[in-house]
Ligand binder design. Structure first.
Ligand SMILES: Nc1ncnc2c1ncn2[C@@H]1O[C@H](COP(=O)(O)OP(=O)(O)O)[C@@H](O)[C@H]1O
Ligand SMILES: [Mg+2]
Length: 316
């Protein structure tokens, strides 16, 4: 098949996308497909028109590529593509939308309050902060509704830290989430659709090295975090985490593959869902490939599977 690999773009996760795409291109090549690499920009529709690919592999992360924009465009130009459709992308890319959907469906997610920039600028939302702080207790996690890779996430240990954290989150998005902090273990469950429907892959635990426990951005720097797969957990926790990931995948309407991030509370043993990523990283240090490998699915087989699913969904 002729496969257009969509990569890059101008999101903050451009570099991760380029690394994911390089690995995907390599795998597609080894699988015998013809690869057309497209760094997405204003000429995307023209480039797709010229290349006339059989299918597009969307190796984009963040705004534009993961939020339904590119997916909607691919639907319009009639090119089958990998991963979730526009509606699931929109739901997952916006943590406010995703968390409301999860809560409504009875999937546990840490308690939260969300605000738009307009609420602060036009409705005096700052005056409501003490009420929120009282309900969530310190520390509080402040994050932009969009973005990923822990960009813009801040940890507020006292009321004095909250305004600064909110301002920082607003530099990434026009909506912020104030969320209850979960002291516990950081788990990721990838979901991949097999012949019998979505399956949860072995769990990856992210274990931070050193002292920077609350510097979330540092966790993503190579070497600062150790990834253990399969995570060492009691059987019932493993089962429950995988069930929650599948439930999240279903509630948010994902297709093909996704990665669900969860927290396991040290004190209560409770599992909560932080978010779902519709286009998980596919770099050589990413969690989905690691989990697939642990399930006996090599990188090429993973890419082949995701591509097959894209073609299977395509309208005749
Ligand atoms: N409520 C929370 N309690 C504790 N840690 C959190 C919380 N929210 C986020 N984190 C930490 O920050 C990381 C990134 O948060 P997440 O919500 O997955 O956003 P993203 O990955 O999109 O940046 C998590 O994997 C976790 O380590
Ligand atoms: Mg995450």
């Amino acid at each position: 098949m002729k496969v257009a690999v969509l990569k890059g773009g101008d999101s903050l996760e451009r570099q991760v996308s380029l690394r994911s795409a390089a690995r995907v291109e390599d795998a597609l090549d080894r699988l015998g497909h013809e690869v057309v690499a497209i760094d997405v920009g204003p000429d995307l529709v023209d480039r797709l028109g010229e290349a006339r690919p059989d299918v597009a592999f969307v190796a984009l992360h963040g705004r534009g590529g993961e939020d339904g924009t590119v997916q909607e465009l691919l639907e319009l130009v009639g090119v089958p593509y990998t991963g979730s459709g526009p509606a699931a992308c929109i739901r997952c890319m916006d943590k406010v939308v995703a968390k409301h959907a999860l809560r409504d469906a009875g999937v546990p997610t840490p308690d939260f309050y969300a605000f738009s920039q307009a609420a602060f600028e036009e409705l005096g939302a700052a005056k409501a902060l003490p009420a929120i702080e009282e309900r969530l207790d310190f520390p509080i996690v402040v994050k932009p509704a969009g973005q990923g890779s822990a960009l813009g996430i801040k940890f507020a240990s006292t009321a004095a830290d909250v305004p600064g954290a909110i301002v920082s989150a607003f530099s990434y998005d026009t909506k912020v989430v104030l969320e209850r902090h979960v002291a516990g273990r950081d788990l990721a469950v990838s979901v991949l659709e097999g012949p019998d429907g979505p399956e949860a892959l072995p769990i990856v635990e992210a274990v931070p090295r050193g002292e920077d426990f609350y510097d979330f951005e540092a966790r993503y720097e190579i070497g600062r975090t150790e990834f253990i797969c399969p995570a060492t957990l009691p059987d019932e926790v493993t089962t429950r985490a995988r069930e929650l990931a599948l439930e999240t995948y279903r509630v948010l309407g994902c297709y093909g593959f996704a990665r669900v991030d969860l927290m396991l509370d040290d004190a209560t043993g409770e599992l909560t869902v932080l978010e779902a990523n519709v286009i998980p990283g596919l770099t050589d240090t990413s969690l989905l490939p690691l989990a697939a490998e642990a399930a006996g699915i090599g990188f090429e087989a993973l890419i082949a599977r995701v591509l097959e699913l894209a073609v299977a969904r395509a309208p005749a």
